[in-house]
Design a protein around this ligand. Structure first.
Ligand SMILES: [Zn+2]
Length: 326
């Protein structure tokens, strides 16, 4: 299999293999946060929601800042896109910039239903095949990977990922702390009479493998699974939200534990590089804890994390890792 970033070494000498890392960004529009937090009557929760004119702040502000971050730190990343967002011309323009900068585009489904895993099989297949076709049309690239809304998989969804033509998935999040917190939030919103669109993952996943593995489907096909990063043993979540909440002191404390991690799949969200005040994000979305933290604190933290990871790890896109692993 082709090595996407060959290193030089003396003839007959194997270069030492650096630990593997990938950085990826789920581009969830503001309307999806309204759904998670059950804000009735707000953007994502109205019957007249329009994908063509939804509030594209996450794309125009957050994703463009990620482009700057990765250009500055020399990183090629994977961006998971909700395909219906492409109906918005503002989104199309940013997507072109992502492709021109050499980043990989992955599928994050057509409409990002949080309960996708529980929908009828035909509906799941339609979500995934339409999303992949739209993304490939828009980018002119093969879209080989998928991430499930809310990180929740099921057998029909795993089968549909392969049926739609993907070679790999990166949805498993084997983090008991995150999964337990999510379950309590869903329960709390239910008790408050403000049902969340979110659904919980089954407990057997909470302590599942944390490094890439071949997921053998019931019909015998193989799907490469590349789990989202957690620190070995303590399973602390290596995602944008948790690092932003921990801040620079938190990162510096965790750094020794991450330096030799053999798989560091750093998952971020487009909203992570927005500024609640300066970008005019509606106040109701302060239910999202990292929205309380200003961009002037998040930006230097993410620059530092990217620079540190470049030093310790071999960073490739998830698609490049899939090619070398399969
Ligand atoms: Zn998402």
């Amino acid at each position: 299999m082709q090595d996407p970033s060959p290193t030089t070494s003396a003839p007959g000498q194997q270069p030492p293999r650096r630990p593997r890392a990938a950085i990826n960004v789920d581009i969830d529009g503001l309307y999806l946060y309204d759904r998670i937090h059950g804000h009735a009557g707000a953007s994502g929760n109205t019957a007249d929601f329009s994908a063509a004119s939804h509030d594209a702040t996450v794309w125009t502000k957050g994703v463009t800042r990620f482009l700057d971050l990765f250009a500055r730190t020399g990183i090629q990343a994977t961006f998971f896109v909700v395909a219906q967002d492409l109906e918005n011309p503002e989104v199309q323009a940013v997507l072109r910039d992502l492709v021109a900068a050499g980043h990989e585009i992955g599928s994050h489904s057509l409409t990002h239903p949080y309960d996708l895993s529980r929908r009828p099989a035909a509906e799941i297949v339609n979500e995934l095949t339409s999303a992949r076709a739209k993304l490939q049309d828009a980018t002119g690239q093969a879209v080989t990977g998928f991430r499930a809304p809310g990180y929740v998989l099921s057998t029909p969804l795993r089968l549909a990922i392969a049926d739609a033509g993907h070679a790999w998935d990166s949805s498993r999040f084997p983090c008991p702390a995150y999964q337990a917190a999510k379950l309590s939030a869903i329960t709390l919103y239910h008790l408050l009479g403000r049902p969340s669109g979110s659904v919980a993952e089954t407990p057997d996943i909470w302590l599942g493998p944390r490094t890439p593995y071949v997921d053998r489907l019931p019909d015998g096909r193989a799907l490469l699974e590349m789990p989202i990063g957690v620190i070995p043993r303590i399973r602390w979540p290596l995602i944008g939200t948790s690092l932003i909440m921990a801040g620079l002191p938190g990162w510096l404390a965790l750094r020794p534990l991450t330096r030799t991690m053999d798989w560091f799949n750093f998952e971020l969200h487009g909203i992570d590089l927005t500024d609640h005040e300066a970008d005019g994000i509606p106040d109701r979305l302060k239910t999202q804890p990292d929205q309380w933290i200003a961009l002037r604190r998040k930006w230097p933290l993410l620059v530092r994390v990217c620079e540190d990871l470049r030093q310790s790890h071999d960073i490739r896109t998830l698609g490049q890792w899939a090619e070398s692993e399969i």
